[in-house]
Ligand binder design. Structure first.
Ligand code: CA
Length: 390
């Protein structure tokens, strides 16, 4: 038996306990929980087969009562001695995609981001479209290209046409960008023909991850009218390996910014809440932005309610992204197109003047949030490197 040492101030203390899928050399991927600098093998520690699976889906599908019960058991277990064979130093494990992604939807919930993108893509019109403050705008993305942190991203190729070009051309994207987001994971689904009300969010959503919605701005700008994002985004979406349970985020809840006009009744929460997450974006190791999630206009519960209000079902493993997290200050913008204002205002990265991503570049997004009893909990990070186009 062994006692896991949790250093004072660890972002992975007992108030966090995020779930992931890991393997050690020569063993199959299985569910673990992160505690300080270790990963605890849950099938070994709890003796339940539901954790000996290569994704969290089977456990998530058991529903909220089970999520509460397992978390309570873990908090009690990990405060004492655990079998040494169930504990692995985090540096010795490989992390895998934590969920089998069912459907993937991406929203556009930051007013700052939507306004900035509106000004950049449609400089002669109102920055926000007329619907933006009446509904959480979103689109369906490609679930099969969601990858775990650490997976290299190949620069996409496609059609692009700058305003000054007379005809489109084909080739590697020249304006490859990031979008720093938070992703929410549906654990318990809902039936087709029913809607998930704004106050039922925590019955359905299991937890949250960090998400990088890689975006080829030149491909996107040429293709997106009239049906929205397609190949400019579907080539890859990265998520962090640790799923922070919603149950760990209760102390991180904050009121959303005032919503004016008042949304339609199905989007009205008794107490609309967002999350007090501080994101950090690093470009080749240098911090270039600190997006604050608390400024997001639409709440996670409003996004889920909107996504199902037409009777669309949800399934275990559904992932929905918040949209780029951008604050009101320049140093809080979560996409490079905003940070460099369409490439016109380069930022300095390690002494070089930079606009969009170059081959070999690395991007890391991390985040922390308030935990219970004055603690701080960590989301870990979502990291990737850009490889040249094939
Ligand atoms: Ca996005």
């Amino acid at each position: 038996m062994t006692r896991i040492a949790i250093p004072e101030g660890s972002p992975f203390g007992l108030s966090n306990l995020p779930y992931g899928v890991f393997s050690t050399p020569g063993t199959a991927p299985r569910v673990g929980v992160r505690v300080a600098n270790t990963v605890v093998d849950l099938a070994a520690a709890l003796g339940e087969d539901v954790f000996a699976r290569p994704s969290l889906n089977a456990f998530m599908a058991q529903g909220r009562e089970r999520w509460v019960e397992v978390r309570d058991r873990l908090i009690a277990l990990l405060a004492g001695d655990v079998p040494g064979s169930a504990v692995h130093p985090v540096g010795t494990v490989r992390m895998h995609l934590p969920i089998e992604v069912a459907d993937y939807v991406d929203f556009y919930a930051s007013e700052h981001h939507a306004s900035n993108i509106g000004r950049l893509f449609r400089p002669d019109s109102e920055p926000l479209m007329p619907n933006w403050k009446h509904l959480p705008v979103g689109y369906h993305g490609r679930a099969g290209t969601v990858v775990v942190s650490g997976t290299d991203i190949v620069r996409p190729s496609g059609q692009r046409k700058a305003p000054s070009d007379t005809v489109p051309s084909y080739g590697p994207s020249r304006r490859l960008d990031i979008e720093a987001e938070v992703g929410f994971i549906v654990g318990a689904g809902s039936r087709m023909g029913t809607a998930v009300g704004v106050d039922d969010f925590s019955e359905h959503v299991f937890g949250a991850v960090l998400l990088n919605d890689w975006s080829a701005r030149d491909i996107q700008a040429w293709e997106y009218v009239p049906l929205g994002p397609f190949l400019g985004k579907s080539f890859a979406t990265s998520i962090s390996p640790w799923v922070v349970p919603l149950l760990a985020l209760e102390s991180a809840r904050v009121a959303t910014p005032p919503q004016d006009p008042e949304p339609l009744p199905y989007l009205r929460e008794k107490n609309p809440w967002g999350l007090d997450l501080d994101l950090v974006v690093e470009w080749n190791g240098q911090v270039v932005s600190r997006p604050p999630y608390r400024e997001m206009y639409w709440s996670p519960a409003q996004m889920l309610a909107h996504m199902t209000v037409n009777g669309a079902s949800t399934r275990t493993g559904d992932l929905f992204g918040s949209g780029t997290v951008s604050g009101g200050e320049k140093g809080q913008r979560g996409a490079f197109i905003e940070l460099t204002w369409g490439g016109k205002e380069p930022v300095e990265v390690n002494g070089e003047s930079r606009t969009f991503l170059e081959d070999g570049d690395e991007v890391t997004i991390s985040a922390t949030a308030p935990g219970s009893s004055g603690t701080r909990i960590g989301f870990g990070e979502v990291h990737a490197r850009i490889l040249p186009a094939i």
